[in-house]
Design a protein around this ligand. Structure first.
Ligand SMILES: [Fe+2]
Length: 402
């Protein structure tokens, strides 16, 4: 990461005096690396910013008078090179999901110095992506995020807090018949090979895990944005079925290829979310979407048609959004590079491999959304990570499950 020459300037903004002192203590280990500045209000922070160039601004969501998001809106416009990191409790994530342009990363106040450093590194990566004016222009038009039903934000809030009791999450999901059906359908799919049919939401959540349920809820929320007419025009049900299938296929491939269970978990999450930006583009940019997905040459894959029209494709936009929303690097990389995995410069099987292969295999099965040319396997990439021999085995194994 190269934000600026050492030492870097860091501004922490927090209205709570005690919390400010705790942050100071936490960062003292880095006092050689940071020139630290502190402010209690947004206005005080702006006065500091007017006098000193800041590489990183970390602010609490709640500040007296102007809140953290309002401060970041000004920082974004006046000091676009400063990284913006929000101290964020789980209860505030709903506001942040709706404002992907305003900040580069969220972090808990009690994260510890190592995670704090990691958050800054990730913020730098996310921030660099937004330097692409085409990506910034597309994300700035994503108003539909703010119309995702409050119900989904309530669940995101619960699910992003690790100590939320399972029963509480299950109870909220059970209030939504459609979401309940979707979660039960996923957990009972052949991919998990469960000996018994799961009929209770609580068991489904326990089996899938909070992180996977969080991804499923996000997918369900984004896919609920469409009117019936839009859904028919763009074959949204096909896209939804494809996202679920790629999540399940990617998990199955990861379980065959790698022994670590965490990798398979991340593969399911990445497979569910890797195309989420395509859905958001359709929901928010209807005119361009008609030109891209319905009227452009059907031999041209969607990600190339998007680049022609928008200067950026859904993989790049999706990687950016998932980074802001705090998904793991593995999930972000899978979304960012699923159409060109060799660009990720990885040398072994990864979540990205599982998603890239799952996307192609599912497209082979359903040939394809609106008759458009499907993605193809990047053979040189698969060869370079030693997996080209295994694809036929994966195809045969998952083909039986689809
Ligand atoms: Fe894609």
């Amino acid at each position: 990461m190269a934000i600026a020459p050492e030492p870097k300037n860091l501004l922490v903004v927090d209205g709570d005096e005690r919390a400010l002192r705790r942050t100071h203590e936490m960062l003292r280990a880095h006092s050689g690396a940071w020139d630290m500045f502190f402010a209690r209000t947004a206005d005080e922070a702006l006065r500091v910013l007017a006098r000193h160039r800041m590489d990183v601004v970390v602010a609490d969501m709640y500040l007296p008078e102007r809140d953290g998001l309002a401060l970041f809106d000004i920082v974004r416009q006046k000091y676009p090179n400063s990284l913006r990191i929000m101290f964020c409790a789980s209860t505030e994530r709903d506001a942040i999901l709706k404002t992907p342009m305003l900040l580069d990363q969220t972090i808990s106040k009690h994260c510890g110095p190592k995670r704090f450093q990691k958050a800054i590194e990730r913020a730098a990566v996310v921030h660099r992506r937004l330097a692409d004016p085409n990506l910034a222009a597309v994300v700035a038009r994503f108003e539909a995020m703010s119309t995702v039903h409050e119900h989904y934000f309530e669940l995101q809030r619960l699910l992003s807090w690790p100590e939320t009791p399972l029963d509480q999450v299950a109870a909220v999901i059970a209030r939504d018949v459609t979401l309940t059906a979707k979660i039960l359908q996923v957990v009972n799919s052949a991919f998990f090979g469960l000996p018994h049919h799961i009929e209770s939401v609580r068991h489904a959540v326990a089996y899938l895990g909070m992180r996977t349920v969080r991804a499923l809820v996000l997918v369900a929320g984004v896919f609920s944005l469409f009117t019936r007419k839009q859904a028919e025009t763009f074959a949204i049900h096909e896209l939804y079925a494809h996202s679920i299938a790629v999540g399940l296929l990617a998990g199955a491939i990861a379980r065959m290829a790698a022994p670590e269970p965490a990798l398979a978990d991340h593969a399911v999450i990445a497979g569910l979310l890797y195309d989420i930006a395509k859905v958001l583009i359709i929901a928010n940019l209807p005119e361009e979407s008609e030109a891209i997905y319905l009227r452009s040459d059907a031999r041209l894959p969607a990600h190339l048609a998007e680049r022609d029209r928008l200067g950026v494709n859904h993989a790049e936009v999706g990687g950016y959004l998932l980074g802001v929303w705090g998904f793991s690097d593995a999930v972000v990389d899978a979304a960012s590079f699923h159409h060109a995995p060799s660009q990720a410069a990885q040398d072994r099987f990864s979540v990205l491999t599982a998603v890239h292969v799952a996307d192609v295999l599912d497209n082979e099965q359903r040939r394809q959304i609106a008759g458009r040319a499907g993605p193809t396997l990047e053979q040189a990439y698969l060869h370079s990570i030693g997996c080209s021999e295994q694809v036929d085995r994966w195809r045969a194994a998952v083909g039986a499950e689809v």
